[in-house]
Ligand binder design. Sequence first.
Ligand code: ADP
Ligand code: MG
Length: 432
Amino acid sequence: QVVNYAPFTLLPSAVPSALFEQAYAVQQDFNLLVDAISQNKEFLEHTLASTIKVDDFTARLFRIHMQVLEEGLAQSVFLGINRSDYMFDCGVDGTPALKQIEINTIAASFGGLTSRTAAVHGQVLKVLGKSEEASRLLPNNPSKGLALGIAKAWELYGSQSAVVMFLVEEVQRNIFDQRCVENELWNRNIRVIRKRFRDVFEKGSLDDAKRLYVDGQEVAVVYYREGYVPKNYDQQNWEARLLLERSRAVKCPDIATQLAGTKKVQQELSRPGTLERLLPGRTEAVARIRATFAGLYSLDMGEEGDKIAATAIADPDRFVLKPQREGGGNNLYGEELREVLEKIRDSPERTSYILMDKIKPQPAMNYLLRAHSPLQVSECISELGIFGVYVRQGKEMVMNKAAGHLLRTKAIEHADGGVAAGVAVLDTPYLV
Ligand code: ADP
Ligand code: MG
């Protein structure tokens, strides 16, 4: 095993305070929206219909979703932990605007490690003789906020002896990030176990009341830090996933909420009228959400899709082509976008992708500190994430919060990729 430090910027990065506040202000709305989508069978079915014909992974998730619904939901407490990510799009007049990149509804990470970055950057600023600036860095502790959500779900599940299970990767690359959240739970006297899909397959079972047992322990909450990309699954892992979804345990997220975070759903949300239908009577929330949307386009077969495909082929630098994948490094840009789209433009395969306007932030200089990499100043852009946590019991929302933020910064030569993908590094916003 190799222990390494997580990469980070030497200096905090400037973030416009108005946009920072806007991102916080819309987070509870996004929590409500994700939760509403997860309960709307017709919307998910209709929205994902074209995608699941061509995308096997989404199709398999969807089949589990349908199977669980047919059987009847055993779960009555719902816990959502998401992270809505944004970039600051630089308009023609130079004014930046907050534009959502995506919302992550499963395994949204770095809430733990980023709970420590403000202290690191505060120290660096002090050493540079900038204690005034250091004192202006905001406190930020998403690990506590996420743990409070998990603790609430655990409490509502209502069994003192039940544990919280972190469902973790086969090869654990980000364990310390997870430990920060885990330790907050131990501090509240909630027991945590760490298991892989394989352990669930081998040692998991349901009793008559669909209570979940793994290795002899009753599980109140399953917190997925795994299970969002096809390579996480073999046949046994799919069976384990189905077992978990059928159980009474609170899943964070349940499979419907995972589907609510697909890029296809994001694209459908941008259609006129969709937000209004999903959040009836919440005019202000709808307006706040819509203000963060960049242009998103369906590639479904038909005239609308033909037209936008032709536009993107003619001017690929205006767009990003996104498949239904998570974790960074999957999107296509520029010449590659053109080549792929040209190849699939007349085939239903194109419906496994969506198109999105490319966000163009104003770069700034910083040093990206990464183990075994030479120290050099780079032109960088940042992506701000806000963590959202909510708990619902039956029909009643019992918690709905913004739980902290994450700033990730990368060199501009990388079009794609997050921290886990080895591209972006942890940062701290310096509000201006
Ligand atoms: P993933 O699920 O793989 O994280 P994202 O939609 O977050 O997918 O895209 C990955 C990365 O690609 C983002 O972190 C961002 O750096 C870049 N990216 C995504 N969408 C856009 C966009 N519309 N404009 C500019 N960059 C983008
Ligand atoms: Mg992302």
